[in-house]
Write a protein that binds this ligand. Sequence first.
Ligand SMILES: Nc1ncnc2c1ncn2[C@@H]1O[C@H](COP(=O)(O)OP(=O)(O)OP(=O)(O)O)[C@@H](O)[C@H]1O
Ligand SMILES: [Mg+2]
Ligand SMILES: [Zn+2]
Length: 524
Amino acid sequence: MYKALYRQYRPEVFDEVLGQDHIVRILKNQIATSGTSHAYLFCGTRGTGKTTTARLLAKGLNCLSDGERPCGECANCRAIKEGSFLDVIEIDAASNNGVDDVRELRESVKYPPATGRMKVYIIDEVHMLSQEAFNALLKTLEEPPEYVTFILATTEVHKLPATVLSRCMRLDFRRVPEAVLIKGMADICSKIGIDVSEDALRIIAANSDGSVRDGLSILDQCISGRDSKVGAEDVLEFLGASGDEDFIKLTDLVRKKKTEEAIVFLDGILSDGKDVRQFMRDWINHYRNLLMVRFMRNPETVISMSAENIDRIRRQAAVLELEDINRGILELSSMADEARWSTQPRILLELAIVRLCMGAGQIRELSEVEFDDPAPMPAAKPAVKAEPAAAPEPVEAEKPAEPAEAEIVPQAAQAKAAEGFDCEDIWNKVFEDGESEQGSIYLIRNGGRITSIDENTFTVAVNNSFVKEHAEKSRKLIEHLVEKHTGAFRAMNLVLAGGGQPEKTADEIAAQASDVLGIKVEVK
Ligand SMILES: Nc1ncnc2c1ncn2[C@@H]1O[C@H](COP(=O)(O)OP(=O)(O)OP(=O)(O)O)[C@@H](O)[C@H]1O
Ligand SMILES: [Mg+2]
Ligand SMILES: [Zn+2]
């Protein structure tokens, strides 16, 4: 019968355990010096090695080897592996959670080990015990016989009573870092003689969220049905690389403000049984990818994706405004956050779509109607605008110019002279007003400053081209506000501080993006 990889490859010795060095070190040392505790609590995320390590400890306590224990080879180690060793007792608290079960356990604790050195009780999912059962267990935990060791394991340590916590040595299992996961999976692949590309492993690791079991499980399913080679494409296909296709389509619908179509489309995706919360996270990640390709010449370094997929993302990024990307990330992040505690995450997602479809229009209207200026707008973006892959539909046709509004001439306008302005003061005033008008404007405030104010112009030096782009887009608003505070209309003259900047490193870009977006953007 076929056995899943994660069952087949359970570490037999401590050195095979991935990513839990801090725990392995302690346990190895305790076993070597016979200094083990009588009760342990293993906690942490699912699939990170709690049960595995509990068995290793049980073996270590009974191993017959003179060398490093457990050896994985002696009669006791083998018997424990096969589950036939009488003195290692595994109890699944999920199905034996009553007080009677614990009473039975207490009875059996009285008898010394049959064949081994130590009797080891592994109580998995211990948080499932009833209150009564906990109480019954406490007595035994307090004063177990010399020959007994308890190992409690749980993913939900917060559900345990303090009285239990205080009687155990607690060890926290961490999510396994991607690099460690990749290495571990590569070792397994070479053992079973399957050629899985590094890229493929990278994508699998990125989708395992630190769980070795999840990683192996994805790997397993990518391997099955293929006889020799597994590439990034296969993994993407398995993970539903359509995923990207879906996100591209959905993002496009939102961009075009096709609310109804977007919601119907979402319905189609979710009816496949996809997890809504996961979907939100993946969509945010799609927006992040859009952001990265806008910023970076070689986004491959931060996006785990095939070159083809990156190209598709690049095409979409080219037709999106930075602000759309910005808003997408912010909106979805806050919804994903709320969805964690909601019983109706789907409604939140639909609401996010509605808001994304609406938001763009409203904000645009605000800046166009209120601050429209007959003066022509300088081109804000590089001239090359790639076409979207699929849609030949009109790229958001520029609105016909609004009829010029009656000119707004502030009261104090004529009175003030061109010289003698405090540039910093004006800049601050502009943004105190501006803040309430448009969300992303604080970016310009921090990334630029007025260097001079002349009779007809004022000069703003910006730190980089990203801020410049933003400032260019808010030109009318800024000019309007400067006019308000200086008393006369002046055109904005935008210059890059220091005349252009060297290419930024990925870290700087990420830090900047984090700043702008208010979320953590990580670069690997
Ligand atoms: N740290 C690890 N190193 C190597 N393999 C691991 C590790 N963690 C998990 N695995 C793999 O995943 C399988 C399941 O691991 P294990 O049962 O120890 O996880 P767990 O932490 O007890 O998970 P759960 O919380 O779901 O009970 C193992 O058989 C092994 O193949
Ligand atoms: Mg377990
Ligand atoms: Zn052994």
